[in-house]
Design a protein around this ligand. Structure first.
Ligand code: SF4
Length: 400
């Protein structure tokens, strides 16, 4: 779309929303709910009628740019530098803003730029001034280089500033980033964690590598606040919305589940691979149900102090069904707990002529009987007795 076509397009879009949007419902009075209800094709048709012209379909991005902030120092076209300033959850005081502006005036061009990821750049710093600028007190409080969990963190207003908020949000996002920073202090790459305190999604959780949405639900009969966890949103090249991974996670548990996913990222990632690249290289080759199982199972084993965890490896990658992934995980658990493989091959299609494995409980008497029962059913030789989908296991796992 050419520059002068943009304002009339938005005018037409605004009129369509005014006419058809759910303006009588405070909670659904958003364009996104209208798009959800009628589909994007209907919206485009209506905008074209309203604007009295047709629009071209979008083209293909030819110059993909890495999504998220560029961290540290970034060289600008005129040879000076922009210094990144990480503002956790975007919480910044007026005093800090004045101090930052003064740093820019004294050592740079006097400009500041705000980023989508709720951070800042102090712009126009000549190379010889970088050290002096970074030694200023405001850069001690808001770091130029922070962990991957803080550098690209977004969190919407939350309960303190928005009547729709279900969770505090900004403090929750900081707490999670802090926990993960302590667990993975040297992790390189990029992990965009985006938090929305309610379903309206101002924290663009759907585009996060890992996204969180504040929700209320009942657990053991009591009302609880927590999050739905999403993953796999992309912003590089074409943006795509991620998928809902786990629903209704109490806030205090969310960090432990995410830790399990980050453990896989840190083990399997290439050098400085971003989470987004890792997602498309590895996580698209395994079902989201399998990822959810990995996170929940590993967290439970840690809680129960049972020394075993499943991982993403050749036993589960690139399988055609959940049944095969379940078998792969069962194979791993059996091997890790007993020191020997249940079958000589880890492929479900190649075990028909192998003997039935010995009971896990017999080989490892100190593990809970229920865990042994579940694992034996995951790797059961006879297809009729084997678990077929992860939801079948979920209920049993609660009984370990
Ligand atoms: S997503 Fe956040 S800012 Fe948006 S309406 Fe909900 S609580 Fe408010």
């Amino acid at each position: 779309m050419l520059g002068d076509e943009v304002p009339p397009f938005f005018e037409a879009l605004g009129k369509v929303f005014k006419k058809y949007g759910f303006r009588d419902s405070r909670s659904r009075n958003r364009l996104k709910y209208l798009i959800d209800a009628v589909g994007i094709d209907e919206i485009i048709k209506a905008v074209e009628i309203e604007g009295g012209r047709r629009y071209q379909k979008k083209g293909v991005t030819q110059t993909p740019v890495q999504g998220g902030d560029k961290t540290g120092k970034v060289q600008l076209k005129n040879g000076t530098f922009a210094l990144h300033m990480v503002v956790p959850s975007g919480i910044f005081s007026g005093t800090a803003m004045i101090q930052t502006a003064e740093v820019s005036k004294e050592f740079g061009s006097g400009e500041l730029r705000l980023t989508v990821e709720q951070n800042l750049y102090v712009v126009g710093i000549p190379e010889e001034n970088i050290g002096k600028a970074l030694s200023q007190p405001v850069f001690q409080q808001y770091k130029n280089k922070h962990s991957v969990f803080f550098s690209d963190l977004i969190a919407c207003a939350g309960t303190e500033h928005c009547p729709f908020g279900v969770i505090p949000n900004k403090p929750d996002a900081i707490q999670m980033a802090d926990y993960l920073t302590k667990k993975f202090p040297h992790l390189e790459g990029k992990v965009r964690m985006y938090w929305s305190a309610c379903q309206k999604g101002c924290g663009i959780h759907g585009l996060g590598d890992i996204g969180f949405v504040g929700v209320k639900f009942r657990k053991d009969g009591k009302p609880v606040t927590g999050v739905d966890i999403h993953f796999g949103g992309t912003v590089t090249k074409e943006s795509e919305e991620g998928k809902l991974l786990i629903k209704n996670v109490p806030l205090e548990e969310a960090k432990f589940l995410v830790e399990e996913l980050i453990t896989e990222y840190s083990k399997l990632k290439k050098d400085k691979e971003t989470f987004e690249e890792f997602y498309s290289r590895i996580l698209t080759r395994i079902s989201k149900e399998a990822v959810k199982f990995l996170m929940k199972f590993n967290y439970l084993m840690k809680k129960k102090k049972i020394p075993v965890r499943v991982e993403i490896n050749e036993t589960v990658l690139g399988r055609f069904s959940e049944e095969e992934e379940i078998f792969g995980f069962g194979f791993q658990i059996y091997r890790k707990l007993t020191g020997k493989a249940p079958y000589s091959r880890s492929n479900i299609l190649e075990i028909y002529d192998e003997p039935k494995p010995e009971s896990l409980k017999k080989l490892k008497p100190d593990i809970p009987a229920k865990l042994s029962e579940i694992v034996m059913k995951m790797i059961e030789k006879s297809p009729e007795k084997r678990f077929k989908v992860f939801t079948e296991i979920e209920q049993h796992i609660k009984e370990i």
